[in-house]
Write a new protein. Structure first.
Length: 294
């Protein structure tokens, strides 16, 4: 297995990028918005604790995956089914963090028979309330105005590339300090870990590997988040969906978890006190229990 991942040719000629770590029960991972398949490297502790095979997949326009216009949350599902079939997975777990949680839930809603368990962590409820987006005024206006949004995401790309080049220097800079103010005190513990931060920055930089296509991918996902669900959310069998959220999450406020779990009958909601947007990575053992239990 090459650390950078590999690509699969899809039936329509596009490329799908993915990365696999571990060996055991398969879990398909949905990375956050403005990130990539490399995000699963943050889950190495989980892989060492449990016999799991985690597959991180680049959505269209990110990393190694060919860009395509996405008009619905369901547009990515056929790519995933093709990948799962090629890998020989009849059933698998589903794990989505932040913006990726929305796509993970969209997959579960349409293909519940293929999903053993699904964990959606720190995810927005749709339509996402832009008044609370990312705890910054710029992000809130950017999500409402496409042109401003384009400029904001290009600025984000610039910051991410700087951070990936020299993480410590960026976090010490004025730009870096402004970025960190958008996170809770608990999240800042993760950013104080150089190895963790380096992987996250690398994963986000990989999101923009294709330049403007990466920018377009981020922008079109944010547009989807501002629309209501286009799939009935009552299709999920009871006991399959776990909704996780940090009580101190500033990136995606706690109210999203309550709204999301209330819409899905049988969803199991768990709030992690004193945790922020990175609550998923602070609870590896509990995550292992969910995906490894029969």
């Amino acid at each position: 297995m090459h650390l950078a991942g590999q690509t699969l040719s899809l039936p329509d000629g596009r490329k799908l990028g993915y990365l696999t770590i571990g060996d055991g029960r398969p879990v398909i991972y949905f990375h956050g918005t403005a990130s990539s398949r490399l995000e699963i490297l943050l889950l190495k502790e989980l892989v060492s604790q449990a016999k799991l095979q985690i597959i991180g997949v680049d959505r269209p326009g990110y990393g190694l995956s060919t860009f395509k216009p996405v008009k619905s949350l369901c547009d990515f599902n056929s790519d995933l089914n093709f990948l799962a079939d090629q890998l020989g997975f009849e059933q698998f777990g589903v794990l989505g963090w932040s913006g990726g949680g929305v796509f993970a839930l969209a997959y579960l809603l349409l293909f519940p028979e293929r999903v053993t368990r699904a964990v959606v962590a720190g995810a927005p409820a749709l339509p996402f309330d832009v008044a609370t987006a990312h705890n910054t005024l710029l992000a809130r206006f950017a999500m409402k105005l496409p042109l401003l949004g384009l400029l904001a995401i290009r600025n984000l790309r610039s910051q991410v590339l700087k951070a990936n080049h020299n993480v410590e220097a960026f976090l010490a800079s004025r730009e870096g300090q402004r970025l960190l103010r958008g996170y809770s005190k608990d999240d800042l513990k993760f950013f104080s870990n150089p190895a963790w931060t380096a992987v996250l920055c690398q994963s986000m930089a990989e999101a923009f590997r294709q330049g403007n296509y990466g920018v377009k991918a981020v922008l079109q996902e944010h547009k989807l988040f501002m629309k209501p669900w286009d799939i009935p959310v009552s299709r999920v069998p009871a006991g399959k969906l776990f909704v996780w959220h940090g009580a101190e999450d500033k990136t995606c406020r706690l109210e999203n978890a309550y709204r999301l779990s209330a819409k899905v009958p049988g969803a199991r909601l768990e709030i992690f006190e004193c945790c922020g947007h990175c609550a998923l990575f602070a609870n590896m053992e509990k995550l292992s229990t969910i995906f490894c239990s029969d």
